[in-house]
Design a protein around this ligand. Structure first.
Ligand code: UD1
Ligand code: BG6
Length: 365
């Protein structure tokens, strides 16, 4: 049921304030007499000790689910004290990459049925790793075959391009980082700031959704372009990859997510006044200057109130987003790109909910 919306993707983008709320429901413990703030993930509570003792945490996923894990990697590294590595499921299988008994392997999948991820799970399980699932579908193959896990509870996602599952996956993985990380005096302020940030996140998502009309205007500007480059670093690296994935999978426009720190090592050669628009983030002043110096047409995403300092000029479009705790910023920053991909698709006349050649869950290898 699409309600008042024309497409499922549009509905799913706009219901993110509610879906992130249901993801957190019953899992954040705030206040109380001792003012303790903590996280309870029922599915993991008996396994946290093993996870904390593991030699590595290995994230495994495909497409958007991989990107969500990438967005969560920094906070997991920061709070857990366990090295975190990333695997695209098909590549792990191609390489028969090392997975050991002392590893915790975390399988991220909206559908819980993706063949590549499921096969990687079987492989990791055979190698003796503790296998943890982060899935949206209760009773799915990955939920059943993992030793333990967390349901993201985002509600059914129908649009082939994943939107609300992505933001809920990041929320779950931030909670996972809090659950694994010990509550020490030195990190208490950080933990509390993240928990407060999670509690306020639905309001901030509601706020960023108000950019809908602005993103539609931007889509009109980009409608005939061949390509869109998206730069990001740190917490925004995943946003760059996921934003570009949305643009290519639904709007059928070439788009590439590029780690901003790598720009000078290659992609900068592409940039001139004819370059398709670039999307980037304001904290990357040197990147912005390099792109500007080559007359690149820029779209800059920055924190609310920062637009004036992002040196507005003819070639700039500035999008201001609400600022949140850094590890939650990917939840906010992806929303304008989801909206942009959606409007571009509609304006270009393509099928929003079922892009050509793609399936919601790919159950063959
Ligand atoms: C569970 C209930 C929820 C109830 C809550 C009350 C289910 C599905 N969830 O939520 O309805 O409101 O208790 O305390 O009945 N699991 C995996 N792999 C996965 C995902 C989950 O093995 O990929 C396992 C978990 O380890 C857990 C079970 O499935 O044993 C349920 O997980 P989850 O729904 O996340 O647990 P709760 O949030 O505690
Ligand atoms: C498919 C979908 O390729 O599988 C993508 O078209 C999705 O949108 C990917 O990200 C992974 O799916 P899942 O269900 O394992 O998260």
């Amino acid at each position: 049921n699409k309600g008042n919306y024309e497409h499922y993707m549009q509905k799913e983008i706009h219901e993110q304030p509610e879906s992130v709320t249901t993801t957190m429901r019953g899992r954040l413990i705030r206040g109380g007499s001792c003012k303790a703030k903590s996280v309870l993930l029922g599915g993991l509570k008996d396994h946290l000790k093993t996870i904390r003792r593991s030699r590595r945490i290995v994230f495994v996923g495909c497409g958007t689910s991989y990107n969500a894990a990438l967005a969560s990697r920094p906070i997991l590294e920061e709070l857990s004290d366990v090295p975190v590595t990333m695997e695209v499921a098909s590549d792990l299988l191609d390489r028969q990459g090392p997975i050991y008994r002392e590893d915790t392997a975390v399988f991220v999948s909206q559908s819980g049925e993706t063949a590549d991820t499921l096969n990687a799970l079987e492989y990791a399980s055979e190698n003796g790793a503790l296998c943890v699932g982060i899935t949206n579908t209760v009773g799915s193959a990955i939920a059943r075959h993992t030793h333990c896990g967390v349901h993201i509870n985002a509600g059914a996602e129908i649009g082939v391009a994943s939107t609300k599952a992505y933001t809920s996956q990041i929320v779950v993985m931030a909670m996972l980082a809090l659950a694994i990380g010990g509550d020490t005096i030195s990190n208490r302020a950080r933990r509390e700031a993240i928990i407060d940030g999670l509690c306020d996140l639905p309001n901030k998502v509601r706020e960023v959704l108000k950019l809908d009309a602005e993103m539609k205007e931007l889509a009109k500007l980009l409608i005939a372009e061949q390509s869109l480059l998206v730069f990001g670093r740190g917490y925004n690296y995943a946003t760059a990859l996921e934003g570009a994935l949305k643009v290519k999978e639904v709007a059928l426009m070439h788009s590439e997510g590029i780690l901003a720190g790598e720009m000078k090592h290659g992609p900068l050669a592409l940039v001139d006044e004819n370059l398709p628009y670039c999307f980037t983030y304001s904290k990357q002043q040197s990147v912005i200057q390099q792109l500007h110096a080559r007359k690149g047409r820029l779209i800059v995403m920055c924190s609310k109130g920062d637009a004036a300092s992002v040196c507005p000029g003819d070639s700039y479009r500035v999008i201001e987003v609400p600022i949140v705790e850094d590890c939650l910023q990917p939840v906010i920053n992806i929303v304008p790109l989801q909206l942009l991909a959606y409007h571009l698709t509609v304006l270009r006349g393509y099928n929003v909910d079922q892009p050509r050649n793609l399936a919601k869950s790919v159950t063959t290898q």
